[in-house]
Design a binder for this molecule. Sequence first.
Ligand SMILES: Nc1ncnc2c1ncn2[C@@H]1O[C@H](COP(=O)(O)OP(=O)(O)OP(=O)(O)O)[C@@H](O)[C@H]1O
Ligand SMILES: C[C@@](O)(CCO)CC(=O)[O-]
Ligand SMILES: [Mg+2]
Length: 290
Amino acid sequence: MKASAPGKVILFGEHAVVYGRHAVVTAINLRCYAEALKSSTFRIESPIATTSLDFEKHPYVSYAIKRFMEVKPIDGVKIKIESEIPIASGLGSSAAVTVAVLKALDAEFDAGLSDEELFELARKVELDVQGRGSGTDPFVSTYGGAWLIPERKPLDLGEFRMLIVNSGEESITSEMVAKVARLRDELGDVVERIFDVIDTISLKAFAGEGEISRLMAVNQCMLKAIGVSTKRIDEIVEELEGLGIAAKITGAGGGGSVVGVGSDEALQRAAKLFSGIIVEPEREGARVED
Ligand SMILES: Nc1ncnc2c1ncn2[C@@H]1O[C@H](COP(=O)(O)OP(=O)(O)OP(=O)(O)O)[C@@H](O)[C@H]1O
Ligand SMILES: C[C@@](O)(CCO)CC(=O)[O-]
Ligand SMILES: [Mg+2]
């Protein structure tokens, strides 16, 4: 059976959300597709490689299979993955591949998982691989929609377009989360206060208070302060601002993607100039495909 799950954009609050602060996040209209077929052996085929269970080359997929087997033991499975979500770019490719694989396994082996059980398994996989994480990405990939985290308050973004510009640098979430943890160990309260500022930004954005462009600009400064921006990202953010687009890192940073908001005209223009893509909020979470 084939299943899919969406990627995501964190509009506000990445990293701070790992430490209990608020984040505003939306699923986006880029999906990861996973097909699961009963087999007597294990085989994983993806744009990365073709392997058996392999916790180095296919950590999220392999742990997803392992966690699924705790619910329903299986002798083997063939998994085939195709994804529209750029890998290691801050758009939740890891959560989407995890959730899509779990949903496909659930359908192929009739495990009868509820959405919440699916999310809980994906959350465990995230922790298996990343060691630390807020669960935001697996949550939004499972349920779709836009949310205030951690309360899971839904948000209607309506007609809302976001520009995604790839910095061309890889963003490895586990490494960036570990980097921020080291800074927090070293500077304690200084980093906690930065998280508090990010928390306030997320709450204001969710409440529709304050201009989104200003809030994004300050959020980006805070992300820079905790060391997850790069020279290239700073340049992209500044150039986008020159085109009337407010922009910040989305996801773990250290590379990956920048998200920008502005008028449709400005977004179209910037998308051409930066070879960016324009994405929209996605209501549907994990689903079985025909
Ligand atoms: N299509 C795919 N096929 C197989 N594995 C994938 C695929 N997409 C993502 N992955 C796995 O997810 C890893 C990237 O996850 P990572 O969390 O670092 O980035 P991300 O999820 O794209 O960004 P972020 O977590 O900041 O939103 C890849 O190295 C790979 O292990
Ligand atoms: C960096 C982070 O906040 C978002 C990654 O998309 C990590 C997490 O929430 O687990
Ligand atoms: Mg990820």
